[in-house]
Design a protein around this ligand. Structure first.
Ligand SMILES: [Zn+2]
Length: 458
């Protein structure tokens, strides 16, 4: 069976979780028209098809599995967080590529999936020439994990729901407590009940529930940030504030004022406790499984988001001293490799820094912080296209731009995978002169991927 030859923008679509129109043998799942007159591929079917195809190519160590437990939806459907793993084997350094933790950021799952597809479609056990050899070396000498859709229920909601503003839903679809007793129970544990760390002063106030949480400030600790929950039917936890980290559950500053991470109706609500969301526990358990059972180090990770055109070192990792010289170097390399052509300029297209330096707010309890501070990975958030401050319209990247975003980002993803297992050495000056000290990352500086879709350079 032939691999997909994606060399034109109309070969690219966004992804939805799944739909019953299975195509076998795999080419691509049939794209169906659903929302905003756009078409979607099935992530479930294409991941399975890609795994089957990889086997025919001799790709080593293919394993497709469910991260943790199946996630029930609020509409009575269960969905899996599917992981596609391949490459190397026991003891190889690992890289993890994820996307879709925020439901409305449709380009993120597509890019995470397309990177896996690029590696598999271009893998050959008997490579000819520089480019095929580099792809085989990457796949054979690394252990690679792809989780393109970290929030399948949220994705479903953005694609299929007819509710007002459903296209712009960000969180998961957890049903939160609707009563005072329910909230008191959710915010406390044990007998007698004690507040879930780091919450304090959880109390019934009239018909409501009040609680306080520390404010993430520099220097720590800040004053407490109080909030009163009015019980109502409310859905969703921001999965990218819910991870197990030191400062998960802290409220942050947004444009110089306390944010509303404490508010269940907020888009960045951190949840009633750390790792309260099954999706969070699933990805954290998968990372722990990789480290302890597969016994590989998770060395480098990218979690794709949109939008802003930024490469971000996670907040807690940065503030706690995890971003060392090698971590910083890899950021510089990613920035140099994310481009629209091989010609260089003094200014890069994507910014590089921390959330507060680049987009004016702190983000704690993120997946990238968990990867960096718990698994010691050089973990990045990449905010894909478009750039700028476009409000909700920024999430509506046109379908015909996906190919360009992929081509812009593929070389950095390859370099991040290459960087797993070895320190990166780069300076801004050396990059300017097209010289990176790390040979395996230097490899990608002059790869001409532009206009070639998922095909290797000639
Ligand atoms: Zn996001």
């Amino acid at each position: 069976m032939p691999p997909p030859q994606r060399t034109a923008s109309d070969h690219y679509h966004f992804y939805t979780y799944d739909y019953p129109a299975s195509a076998a043998p795999w080419t691509l799942s049939p794209a169906v028209v659903t929302r905003n007159n756009m078409q979607f591929y099935s992530m479930q079917q294409d991941l399975q098809g890609l795994a089957d195809y990889a086997a025919t190519r001799g790709v080593p160590g293919i394993h497709i599995f469910r991260a943790g437990a199946t996630v029930p939806d609020d509409v009575g459907v269960d969905r899996d967080m599917t992981v596609l793993a391949f490459g190397g084997g026991l003891g190889r350094p690992a890289a993890i590529i994820t996307g879709g933790i925020h439901a409305r950021e449709w380009v993120a799952p597509a890019i995470a999936y397309l990177i896996a597809e690029y590696l598999i479609v271009n893998y050959t056990a008997a490579p000819v020439g520089r480019y095929q050899t580099a792809i085989r070396n990457l796949v054979d000498n690394r252990r690679l994990y792809f989780v393109p859709m970290l929030n399948p229920n949220g994705n479903w909601y953005t694609v299929y729901s007819t509710a007002a503003n459903s296209r712009y839903w960000r969180k998961n679809r957890d049903t939160l407590p609707t009563t005072q007793a329910g909230w008191l129970a959710a915010l406390q544990r044990g007998v007698p009940p004690a507040p879930n760390r780091p919450f304090v002063n959880v109390a019934a106030t009239g018909a409501n529930v009040s609680y306080e949480t520390p404010l993430y400030a520099r220097p720590l600790p800040g004053r407490n940030s109080p909030f009163t929950i009015v019980p109502a039917a409310v859905f969703g936890v921001d999965l990218n504030r819910n991870a197990t980290t030191t400062y998960s559950g802290y409220n942050t500053f947004y444009n110089g004022r306390p944010d509303n991470n404490t508010d269940p109706t907020s888009e960045s609500y951190f949840g009633p406790s750390r790792a309260s969301a099954l999706e969070t526990r699933n990805i954290e358990a998968t990372i722990a499984h990789i480290r302890t059972n597969v016994r590989v180090n998770v060395d480098t990770t990218i979690d794709y988001h949109s939008y802003a055109q930024q490469i971000l070192y996670p907040t807690e990792a940065s503030d706690r001293g995890f971003v060392d010289a090698s971590y910083k170097s890899l950021g510089l390399i990613l920035q140099a490799l994310i481009a629209t052509s091989l010609s260089w300029s003094w200014s890069y297209q994507y910014g590089l820094g921390t959330p507060v330096s680049q987009i004016k707010y702190d983000a704690v309890g993120t997946l990238a912080d968990h990867c960096a501070t718990q698994a010691n990975a050089r973990a990045f958030v990449i905010e894909l296209d478009p750039s700028g401050n476009l409000g909700l319209a920024g999430f509506e990247l046109p379908e015909n731009k996906i190919m360009g975003v992929f081509e812009k980002n593929i070389r950095a993803a390859l370099a991040l995978i290459a960087a797993a297992g070895q320190p990166s050495q780069a300076t801004a000056r050396r990059i300017l002169y097209h010289s990176i000290n790390s040979a395996s990352e230097q490899e990608f500086m002059d790869w001409d991927v532009f206009g070639r879709g998922n095909q290797l350079p000639l």
